[in-house]
Design a protein around this ligand. Sequence first.
Ligand SMILES: C[S@@+](CC[C@H](N)C(=O)[O-])C[C@H]1O[C@@H](n2cnc3c(N)ncnc32)[C@H](O)[C@@H]1O
Length: 224
Amino acid sequence: MLEFNLLGQLPRCVREVKSRVATKEESRQLALKFGREYFDGTREQGYGGYHYDGRWSAIAKRAIEHWQLKPGDRVLDIGCAKGFFVKDLRDALPGLEVIGIDISDYALMSAHPDAQPHLLRASCDDLPFDDNSFRAVFAINTIHNLESERCLRALREIERVCPGGGFVQVDAYRTEAERTLFLDWMLTAKTFDTPAGWLKTFAAANYGGLYWWTILEHDDAAGT
Ligand SMILES: C[S@@+](CC[C@H](N)C(=O)[O-])C[C@H]1O[C@@H](n2cnc3c(N)ncnc32)[C@H](O)[C@@H]1O
């Protein structure tokens, strides 16, 4: 298990925490359906519009370089949403076999047309793939949406289909102030912890891949 900031090049986005707090519980119930409201509703309900803008292209190149991927290799994006990372990985390395899975019918139906044929509906805690069948598996801001037992199962599943080759990014906080900010902003996460707490979870699942944290810092939060 090693830290790896795969998404480090993405610009940080400012979050209007106060505006979300006002309608939090109602928005949370909607967001948890991972339907239209979560992806393409208001910012209070989720992404506030989840559109392809090419931002995953640099991440795809970094992943290909880090995992030393070659045409013919097979990789999986867990919680692929509308398949933007799947598309950019395929574009960055022709011949790379990329599969995306998600539980959201809405995201899969409204996925990027280049990615759509390579996406399927499945849950991260029950992967419909053989043992050791991928060179790399990415689960970016996805497994923390499951309750702790299922989250553990998801980590074991990643390790099963891609021993040592996984990458997970999960919600975390380091201080009480970050935890408060996170609780005010977060809509869908069901398992969250400090980095030290997550490391125990990774160890309990015998997860041997890479990991990084999504941490909401005070500078990212407008209106607080
Ligand atoms: C925060 S979004 C992240 C999307 C994408 N990975 C990204 O970083 O932009 C979380 C994604 O996880 C998906 N998801 C939630 N529960 C899931 C599950 N049990 N199995 C697979 N995907 C799930 C949601 O539908 C959503 O697309």
